[in-house]
Design a protein around this ligand. Structure first.
Ligand SMILES: CC(C)(COP(=O)(O)OP(=O)(O)OC[C@H]1O[C@@H](n2cnc3c(N)ncnc32)[C@H](O)[C@@H]1OP(=O)(O)O)[C@@H](O)C(=O)NCCC(=O)NCCS
Length: 146
């Protein structure tokens, strides 16, 4: 399947927020995406299947570092390499913004996400006890030097 990877606009926010609601225990609201899209210090990358959002990733930029606070692939598109492609495309955009290191947190039990990050070269750099709620869980902190 061929996807178009590009920066999100406010036109995609309703779709993004709806995928987020289905996928995340503490979902971000539409306003948070609008803020990120309109900020000079953040971007939201989307993978488009024609006019449908198949996945998205949010980055906060503090060059030479960036944070990845939110990445989701719509349930129907999972397990086909889209998460990997979305991050690979995003890393190219980050490099153009003078970013060389990406940080993230992930639930300890999130095997799919941890496996994806490991396979892209992220390394565990620490743990935050009781970082998440609903349910309460530790976060694994990871970083990638690109
Ligand atoms: C994490 C997520 C983005 C992965 O997206 P995806 O498109 O399904 O992932 P890909 O198909 O690109 O998989 C890439 C690698 O991730 C790992 N992976 C993906 N799904 C997996 C699963 N269910 N179990 C174990 N490993 C998995 C594998 O290492 C895979 O490599 P492989 O294809 O060579 O086996 C997706 O599962 C998702 O949206 N989950 C819900 C939201 C979420 O948890 N976001 C992360 C918050 S930190």
């Amino acid at each position: 399947m061929a996807f178009d990877f590009r920066l999100a606009t406010v036109d995609e926010v309703d779709q993004i927020a709806s995928i987020e609601m289905e996928s995340m225990p503490n979902p971000w609201k539409a306003d948070s995406y609008i803020e990120a899209i309109n900020s000079d210090h953040a971007f939201v990358m989307v993978a488009m299947d024609d006019k449908r959002v198949a996945g998205y990733a949010v980055f906060y930029l503090t060059p030479p570092e960036a944070e990845l606070p939110d990445i989701v692939v719509d349930l129907e598109y999972r397990g086909k390499g889209l998460g990997r492609s979305l991050l690979t495309e995003a890393f190219a955009a980050l490099s153009k913004n003078s970013i060389d290191t990406v940080f993230l947190e992930v639930r300890e039990s999130n095997a799919a996400a941890r496996s994806l990050y490991n396979s892209l070269g992220f390394e565990e750099i620490g743990k935050r006890k009781y970082f998440y709620s609903n349910p309460v869980e530790d976060a694994i902190c990871m970083s990638l030097h690109m």
